[in-house]
Structure formats: structure tokens, C-alpha cells
Design a binder for this molecule. Structure first.
Ligand code: ATP
Length: 314
């Protein structure tokens, strides 16, 4: 034990043992939760293998120190300092995805009171999209249509040609027409408008994607892994319609399933908004009740007004 403590003191000079007080306990609880979350995140992607490698090297370092292998310790010490930088560069996509997931938490939505209405897919857009994929599928024309949600896709939009037009099936059919300048790559929709065409999307590295599928489908899954977008994919080879969402690929869909997926996007936003309104309504109701009881004013009219205000809030 003494040897281990001496090792910790030599190589981790910040390491010391103190008598814990209440703030230390809270700190330990917070850190335990954060470490648990980080471990869960590591486990959910390829960084898990890396973590196992790091743990192995750490165990090896402890052993080397116990047996006084000074040369090995010297090498390991230097490898560690360069290694951290290498890990950050190698796993940059995973770190980025992790931070993006954190930013997508409801907590931030609530604080920033983001308005879901603007992001909603209008009935007209859904109608136009369904009509587009039906025609493209029948003609076996390949297509890739990304619908942006909360995560902004600016960097992918920038790789394409700006369009900025209302979503119509005629426009989309024209864009994906073979041998036309805009047909290659993906179209990106934002707030019920076509913002860009010929956009280049990140390819998914997911090994479980069917090998029969090529880069169009991989690109659709890729963008759904790094954002909360929904992507419509029409296969040029088979005419089949697929949707990529949350890193998953839903294949061979009929128009009804496509409609359900698109409407779900609205419902999810609507549900969140309703929940938020209900919470706001309750909070305001509580505040009004507090004011009414403290001011001792309680007339039927004012309570009616309050109900009306609450129902408006809702
Ligand atoms: N990274 C990418 N970003 C955007 N579009 C891409 C990307 N990679 C490929 N594409 C689109 O996919 C087309 C190639 O599709 P490919 O045949 O490889 O895919 P697929 O999944 O087999 O689809 P299909 O069933 O339509 O053949 C390209 O011409 C291009 O339009």
C-alpha cells in the first residue's frame, strides 16, 4: 500500500488524502455521476476499445513502477503526454458527437425556450415530399433529402449550392433529374424550404449497414448519426424508399410509413411544446394564486380571467 501511495505521489503530484467535508461529498457524487456518464458514452461507441487499452497501459505503468522498471516508466511517461493529443485527434468525431448530444438535451431547449413551430414540417411540405419520393421511386431516380431539425446543418449546407426555395415536388423532381447540374449529392431542407442541393454528407462507418447498399444510403445514415435530422433516401437501383433517423435505417417503406415518420417529427416537437406550455401554465398559475392570496383579492371575475389566461397559455 505504501508503495502504491509513494507511486501516486511521485507521478501524480496533485494526489493527496484529506478529511472529507460536505462539499467534498457533493463533489464526489457529482464526479461519480459524470464519470458514470462518460463511461456509458465510451461504451456506446468505438472509444470503448480505446478505454480498455488505456486501462491496460495504466495497469502496466503501476506494475513497472512497483518493479522499478525506470526505462519503461520514462517511455510510458512521454508516451502519455503525446498520447492524449493523439487520442483527441483520432476520436474527434466521437467527442464531437458526444458534445452535440449534450447540447441536444431537453434541458437546453427549456432554458432557451426554442420555438418548435419554425422547425415544424408543414402539411404542404409533407405532401410535396411524399409526392416527390413516390414519383422518384417509380422512375428509379436516386435521391437524398435531409430534413434539418434542431441541430444546425450549416457546415453541410455550405458544401452544396444554395437554392432557398419553397418545397415543391416539381422543384425536387427537377433537382434529382439525371444529368442535371444539381442531381448529385443531397438536398437539405430547413424550415419548410429547400436551402441547398448537391450537399456532401458524412459517410457512416457503421459496419452493420447492409453491404448491398452503397454510399447514398451510408451518407443518409451518416448525417443521422451526427444530427437529429431525418433523411429520405430513394434508391436508384431498386426504387425503394428508406428513412435514416438517429443512426438507424428504415428500409423498403411505403408512402404511408413515410408519412408516419414525417408526422412523428411534428408530433415529437408538438409534444415537447405542449409539455413546456403546461409547465409554464402551472408556474404562472401558482404565481397568480400566491399574489391573490397575499393581496386578499379573490373575485369570481379575476379567477375567470386567470382560467382564461391559463387556457391561453396552454
Ligand atoms: N457523401 C455523400 N453525400 C451526399 N451524397 C452522396 C454521398 N455519397 C454518395 N452520394 C450520392 O449517392 C450516389 C451514389 O450512390 P450509390 O449507388 O453509391 O449508393 P446506393 O446506396 O447503392 O444507392 P442506389 O441504391 O441509389 O444505387 C452519388 O451519385 C451521390 O449522388
Amino acid at each position: 500500500m505504501d508503495k502504491i501511495l509513494a507511486f501516486m505521489r511521485t507521478y501524480f503530484d496533485w494526489f493527496y488524502i484529506t478529511t472529507p467535508d460536505i462539499s467534498d461529498i457533493i463533489e464526489i457524487l457529482i464526479l461519480s455521476y459524470v464519470i458514470y456518464k462518460i463511461l456509458m458514452w465510451f461504451k456506446s461507441n468505438r472509444a470503448w476499445t480505446l478505454l480498455k487499452g488505456i486501462v491496460l497501459i495504466l495497469l502496466f505503468t503501476i506494475l513497472a513502477s512497483l518493479f522499478q522498471f525506470n526505462t519503461i516508466l520514462y517511455i510510458l511517461k512521454n508516451v502519455f503526454s503525446i498520447g492524449i493529443l493523439a487520442v483527441i485527434i483520432l476520436f474527434q468525431p466521437e467527442f464531437r458527437r458526444g458534445l452535440e448530444t449534450l447540447g441536444r438535451k431537453k434541458f437546453f431547449d427549456y432554458i432557451m425556450h426554442e420555438d418548435a413551430d419554425e422547425r415544424k414540417l408543414s402539411d404542404k411540405t409533407i405532401y410535396e415530399l411524399i409526392k416527390t419520393v413516390t414519383v422518384l421511386s417509380a422512375n428509379r431516380t436516386g435521391a437524398l433529402i435531409v430534413i434539418e431539425d434542431k441541430v444546425a446543418l450549416g457546415e453541410y449546407i455550405d458544401t452544396g449550392i444554395p437554392v432557398d426555395a419553397v418545397v415543391t415536388n416539381q422543384l425536387l423532381l427537377n433537382i434529382f433529374e439525371h444529368n442535371t447540374p444539381l442531381h448529385d449529392g443531397a438536398v437539405i431542407l430547413r424550415n419548410n424550404r429547400v436551402v441547398a442541393a448537391t450537399c456532401y454528407l458524412p459517410l457512416s462507418a457503421n459496419l452493420s449497414i447492409n453491404k448491398e447498399l452503397g454510399t447514398r444510403h451510408r451518407a443518409g445514415v451518416g448525417i443521422s448519426e451526427v444530427s437529429d435530422s431525418v433523411t429520405l433516401i430513394v434508391s436508384e437501383e431498386t426504387g425503394s424508399i428508406s428513412i435514416a433517423k438517429g443512426g438507424e435505417l428504415y428500409r423498403n417503406l411505403d408512402t404511408e410509413s413515410v408519412r408516419n415518420h414525417l408526422e412523428l417529427l411534428n408530433q415529437e416537437d408538438g409534444k415537447k411544446k405542449d409539455e413546456r406550455r403546461q409547465k409554464d401554465g402551472k408556474r404562472k398559475k401558482k404565481n397568480t394564486e400566491k399574489k391573490t392570496s397575499s393581496g386578499n383579492v379573490k373575485s369570481g371575475k379575476s379567477s375567470d380571467n386567470r382560467k382564461e389566461a391559463d387556457s391561453n397559455e396552454r
